[in-house]
Design a protein around this ligand. Structure first.
Ligand code: AFP
Length: 338
């Protein structure tokens, strides 16, 4: 059968009434921006894209050159197409309303332009994460508060992983699908449709160096995973840590697993490391559509009502039964039975 390019896939989805023309255009534009980022990532030192930008973002994190460049690529690509009312990014303190000189659409786009940026200089996979919401009725100049919608309100979410191959993963609520970039043709080709995450796993991902800062239920859960076959879980677990959430999620979509970034006591002002709106929520939507789960440890991620654009949140995502197991440790602890 002839391979299906992303453009054709989206046109067919529009004809079937699953997406409208504006959302199709939005996805085409985001995919095009991701191709540009992929090309910059691929050039590495030859493109002078490695190293620090010499600036910091709103969250006090040092920006890499590629963080800044990827943000500019996504902003520039999405500003003038007429499909968006506003944008928000990890790299920008506040939401950006589409200037009145351009046509405006009804969607809001949120993104982490380059996730896992500590990996760039060592030539390990990084990615872009995005989430699409509807602009509330009657709002023409969206501000931060108009983006504060629960993950269950997302109309679409996706990520692109820039690894040995560049893969775009997408959901608009009808399954999770993977498109691999054909670098010669310059187009994304459907390579896996209706991805399903195995319900059980023997693989977990966590930054173990934070162990001494974890709270009691987390300590208990990981202790039992590490105890292996002779412990309460009765099986041996393997561990992975790539330090790029996109790459971890991609592994989990491919072969199962659980990824965790819990709250810890390292910096009490931060409820975890990952951001709800443009990291946890889009990944939650993608995983749920693939039969997996995403939780705060104490409930479904997509049900959380956001309080801030850059809000942080504890994250447990991956194989459904293992996420439920991690939740059980937290809920038992809260109810005094562990
Ligand atoms: P950036 O968004 O700053 O690139 O950080 C990546 C990330 O938020 C996430 O992708 C990783 O899981 C996590 O940080 C890795 O953090 P540590 O290995 O430093 O704990």
């Amino acid at each position: 059968m002839k391979p299906t390019a992303l453009s054709r896939y989206l046109i067919e989805a529009q004809h079937q009434g699953h997406i409208n023309a504006d959302l199709r255009l939005l996805l085409e534009v985001v995919a095009r921006a991701c191709k540009t980022i992929s090309s910059a990532v691929g050039k590495g030192a030859l493109g002078d894209v490695l190293g620090d930008a010499g600036s910091g973002n709103v969250q006090g994190e040092a920006q890499k050159k590629l963080d800044v460049l990827s943000n500019e690529i996504l902003l520039e690509a999405n500003e003038w197409g007429g499909h968006l009312a506003g944008l928000a990014s990890e790299e920008m303190e506040h939401a950006h309303a589409i200037p009145s000189s351009y046509p405006r659409g009804n969607y809001l786009l949120l993104f982490d332009p380059l996730d896992g940026s500590s990996n760039i200089d060592v030539n390990v996979s990084v990615g872009t994460i995005f989430s699409v919401l509807r602009c509330p009725d009657g709002v023409t100049e969206p501000r931060d508060e108009h983006f504060l919608q629960p993950g269950s309100a997302q109309v679409c979410a996706g990520y692109t992983v820039y690894g040995p191959s560049t893969i775009l993963v997408l959901t608009f609520g009808r399954g999770t699908h993977m498109f691999t970039l054909d670098r010669e043709q310059g187009s994304f080709i459907l390579t896996r449709s209706d991805v399903q995450v195995p319900e059980d796993t023997r693989e977990f991902a966590i930054n173990m160096s934070n162990q001494r800062f974890w709270q009691a239920p987390m300590q208990a859960y990981i202790r039992d995973l590490l105890a292996g076959k002779t412990g309460p879980r009765g099986k041996d677990f393997n561990m992975r840590w790539i330090a790029s959430m996109v790459s971890e999620v991609h592994r989990i979509l491919t072969r199962g697993g659980i990824f965790m970034y819990p709250t810890d006591n390292k910096d009490p002002s931060k409820a975890g490391r990952l951001r709800l709106m443009y990291e946890a929520n889009p990944m939650g939507f993608i995983l749920e559509q693939a039969g997996g789960a995403c939780s705060t440890g104490r409930g479904r991620m997509l049900d959380v009502m956001p309080e801030g654009l850059h809000q942080r949140i504890p994250v447990f995502l991956g194989s459904r039964n293992e996420v439920a197991e991690a939740e059980r440790y937290h809920l038992n602890h809260d109810h005094g039975s562990a």
